[in-house]
Every structure is written in structure tokens, then in C-alpha cells.
Design a protein around this ligand. Structure first.
Ligand code: GLP
Length: 241
């Protein structure tokens, strides 16, 4: 495990964007695993800037997103499909046909999870997975539990996550209770994993995940066992380590 210490959010974002851009420049048809949330927004912004300068070409890049809320259509302003377009895809030359996100409107969870697992398999897995971390140590929507779940699955969100994510919705009642999420094995099978973590409210999660035991109670802790994992975190997120 490698830790890159960043001064602040902007510095963290540039450091993470450096790693992603190197991946795309060296391997233009890379499969990128992408994340949502406030943590990776700065990374996407930096990549957009470099794209605008002509330094990166996303034409052949393929993507799989980690997760989506069950019940939200792609055009819902809080859906992750919408998030990805607004914060990244609409600003670069990626072919939207090469982007994949679980379909939150598919009420048949077995079918949707099987479909998404097949999408990941067909792409041949993920070359570089970008991750954020929830304040309770979740990655994607893999919530703390008794075991690590391997593949794409339907998750009942914990109260802590509903509370943490309510800032994006009009009220807590509007936060969906379920999500589809890629599993821990999908994430662990990525060739390279990069996590961005910023701010004091991530300090407990970062300490527990990377300086404590590997346990499904802190899902991100499994990344200690990944052969090519980089944590890019700012001083505040590392303040309790
Ligand atoms: C959501 C997403 C995660 C993300 C987490 C943290 O729950 N499913 O992928 O890492 O939020 O979000 P933020 O970066 O806004 O703190």
C-alpha cells in the first residue's frame, strides 16, 4: 500500500488525476472504474482541464461505475448516472456507449446484478479503479457487515450513509434506501486501485481502514491486501493516523 500525502483537496485531486491521466495516456483503451461523491469531483475537474488542453484523449476509454441508487432513473438529478454526466462525461470526448452504470430503474435486482456482473466480465475487468470512502469506511456502497460481498449486489443503505448523503437531497426522506453496488471482489480484482480521501470527517475511516485490522466491519480495510493500492489523502484525512 502506498500513501500519497497531499496538502489539501486541490493538491489531492491533482495527484489522483496524474495517476489516472498516466493510465489513459499509456493505455488509451483502459477500463476505468469510476466513483461518485464529492471526493473525486476535483479529480474529474483536473482531468477535464487536461483534456481541454489536448493532453488526454478519452475516445477509446471504457468505464464502469461503482454504484447507483435503486429507484432513480438516469435523468434524476441525484442519480449517479446524472452525476457522472454533469461532473465528467459531458466535458470530455468519451463515447457514452462505452460508459456503464447500474440501472437504478430495474426493479428486478437479480437480473440487474447479473447484467452488471456480465458487463464487467465482458470488459475483461478494471484496469484502474478510483474510489472515495464513506465516513463509516464503505467503498462503493459496500456497507459495514459480517462478510465481504463478492459481486454486484443490492444493498440496504445504513442509517450512517443515508445521513451522510442527505446533503445532496431535499430531505432525508428523499434519500433512496437501497443501491446497486459493485462487490468487493470486483474492486479487488482491479489491476490498480486509487482512493481519494479529504477532510477531517474522513479521518476516523482512513485510520480504521488502513491502520487497523482487515475486517468487513470496515469494508475499505480489505484494500490493505491489494497488490497495487494507492491512498491519496490530504492532511486532514490523515490527521488521526
Ligand atoms: C457515496 C458513494 C461512495 C463515496 C461516498 C463518499 O456513498 N457511494 O462511492 O465514496 O459516498 O462520498 P463523499 O466523497 O461525498 O464523501
Amino acid at each position: 500500500m502506498e500513501i500519497i500525502r497531499a496538502r489539501d483537496y486541490d493538491h489531492m485531486s491533482r495527484q489522483a488525476a496524474n495517476i489516472l491521466s498516466a493510465q489513459v495516456i499509456l493505455h488509451p483503451d483502459s477500463v476505468l472504474g469510476l466513483a461518485t461523491g464529492s471526493s473525486p469531483i476535483g479529480t474529474y475537474r483536473q482531468l477535464i482541464k487536461w483534456y481541454e488542453k489536448g493532453d488526454i484523449d478519452f475516445r477509446r476509454v471504457r468505464t464502469v461505475n461503482l454504484d447507483e441508487y435503486v429507484g432513480l432513473a438516469a435523468d434524476h438529478p441525484q442519480s449517479y448516472a446524472h452525476f457522472m454526466r454533469v461532473n465528467f462525461f459531458d466535458h470530455i470526448n468519451i463515447d457514452l456507449k462505452n460508459t456503464n452504470i447500474p440501472d437504478g430503474t430495474n426493479a428486478d435486482d437479480e437480473e440487474e446484478c447479473a447484467r452488471y456482473n456480465a458487463v464487467i466480465r465482458k470488459l475483461g475487468g478494471v484496469n484502474l479503479q478510483l474510489l472515495g470512502i464513506g465516513p463509516n469506511g464503505h467503498i462503493g456502497f459496500n456497507e459495514p457487515g459480517d462478510c465481504f460481498v463478492k459481486g454486484t449486489h443490492k444493498v440496504e443503505l445504513t442509517d450512517a450513509t443515508i445521513h451522510a448523503n442527505k446533503r445532496f437531497f431535499d430531505s432525508v426522506d428523499d434519500v433512496p434506501r437501497y443501491a446497486y453496488s459493485m462487490g468487493i471482489l470486483d474492486i479487488m480484482q482491479a489491476e490498480r486501485v486509487v482512493m481519494v480521501a479529504s477532510g477531517e470527517n474522513k479521518a476516523d475511516a482512513v485510520r480504521d481502514a488502513f491502520f487497523g485490522p482487515v475486517t468487513p466491519r470496515v469494508p475499505a480495510s480489505i484494500l490493505q491486501l491489494h497488490k497495487n493500492f494507492t491512498l491519496v489523502a490530504d492532511e486532514a484525512a490523515l490527521s488521526k493516523c
